[in-house]
Design a protein around this ligand. Structure first.
Ligand code: PA5
Length: 353
């Protein structure tokens, strides 16, 4: 029997991180509704959109950029740091996202956006960001607390999509959301802890990756952001190094780097390639050639395909497989997937000065 099929293994997950992963479809539905129901969101002319946020919160901006960016009337970018891009102005829509509400980079850029007179909306559970939003009369979407930020992707990202739709900056995506929810529900059932490894894609992949350094590749757009998300989940849930890159860019640099350390990489690196139906046909060709070229340099090469019809469904499906896989991998290692002690320590040290 695979260890993941033995209920005893779940003792390593006292806060039930896996339970939150299993509930992603419901969280996505709730996040969408929170965004649709939020007060103070009106159709408006804006010249660009800038999302502020770091780590597990900032990735919600990457989701907006990848899923809706190509369909939006105005450009969207994500600011992950202490300084706003110079093009943010009073004509910008600024979406400040922080799960805790206390992330210093996000607070710094929020303050700068207030000074510029930008139109702002905040997404947070509370903290200093909620206080400052109240002081400044900025619309606030308050999301449920008690989770790790990376376990709250549905609460953090879906309101952003809803805001952009309500402001008339993209075509309506209600049908895509329904489509995504249906797919997520089916796939979540298939990867649930009760489904044995023999029939469970995420348990199988976690078993393949055990003891290896995962390299996650995806194609530009949604699979690129999904690959980044997978890498971060391997870091924060399984507490292992991981790297990611995207097609076609990696064909112009990283592909050469598989040349010299073959004895090391073929023993220790395991590649995962995220595929989706919306790939550019030339990118599909590139993926096919590239995987053939590097197959002998890695311990395993696993394609992960989604059949999601919309970009949103495909993206969330890929993310969900990654979240399950990283959590199962943590458990196979006997590691608690929830805490991120190093991040907490770093923030405590920074707070002293
Ligand atoms: O996963 C994490 O805990 C981090 O990446 C946090 O999301 C990041 O430090 C930012 O904090 P917050 O999400 O509370 O703004």
């Amino acid at each position: 029997m695979n260890e993941l099929d033995d209920p005893k293994i779940y003792a390593a997950d006292p806060d039930d991180f896996l339970g939150v992963v299993e509930e992603l479809p419901d969280q996505v539905r709730q996040g969408w509704r929170l965004g649709l129901g939020a007060e103070g969101i009106e159709p408006a002319e804006v010249s660009n959109v800038c999302v502020l946020g770091m780590g597990g919160s900032g990735v919600s901006g990457d989701v907006l950029r990848a899923v809706l960016g190509p369909k939006m009337r105005v450009p969207v970018a994500v600011s992950k740091g202490y300084t706003l891009p110079s093009w943010v102005s009073s004509g910008s829509l600024v979406l400040a996202v922080s799960y805790s509400g206390n992330t210093e980079e996000t607070l710094a850029t929020f303050d700068a956006a207030v000074k510029l007179g930008a139109r702002i909306v905040c997404v947070t559970t509370g903290g200093a960001l909620a206080q400052r939003a109240a002081q400044e009369g900025v619309p606030l979407i308050q999301i449920p607390g008690g989770l790790q930020p990376r376990a709250a992707l549905g609460f953090l990202a879906m309101p952003l999509l809803a805001i952009v739709q309500r402001m008339g900056l993209c075509p309506p995506i209600d049908a895509d959301v329904e489509d995504a929810l249906q797919l997520l529900g089916t796939r979540s059932d298939q990867m649930h802890r009760k489904v044995p490894t023999s029939d469970n894609q995420a348990k199988q992949l976690a078993t393949t990756l055990l003891g290896k350094l995962p390299i996650v590749y995806g194609s530009e757009g949604i699979a690129e952001v999904a690959a980044y998300r997978w890498k971060c989940q391997f870091n924060e849930c399984a507490k292992i190094p991981s790297w990611w890159h995207s097609f076609p860019e990696l064909n112009h640099n990283e592909i050469v780097g598989w040349d010299q350390l073959q004895p090391l990489t073929s023993e220790s690196c395991a590649a995962v390639v995220l595929r989706h139906p919306g790939e550019h046909p030339r990118t599909s060709k590139r993926v096919q050639i590239t995987t053939g070229l590097i197959e002998a340099n890695v311990a395993s090469m696993t394609p992960v395909r989604t059949e999601g019809r919309s970009d949103l469904a495909a993206f969330l499906d890929l993310v969900q497989v990654g979240d399950f896989t990283a959590t199962y991998l943590a458990l196979l290692q006997g590691v608690d997937p929830t805490p991120v002690d190093v991040i907490t320590h770093l923030k405590d040290e920074l707070a002293k000065s």
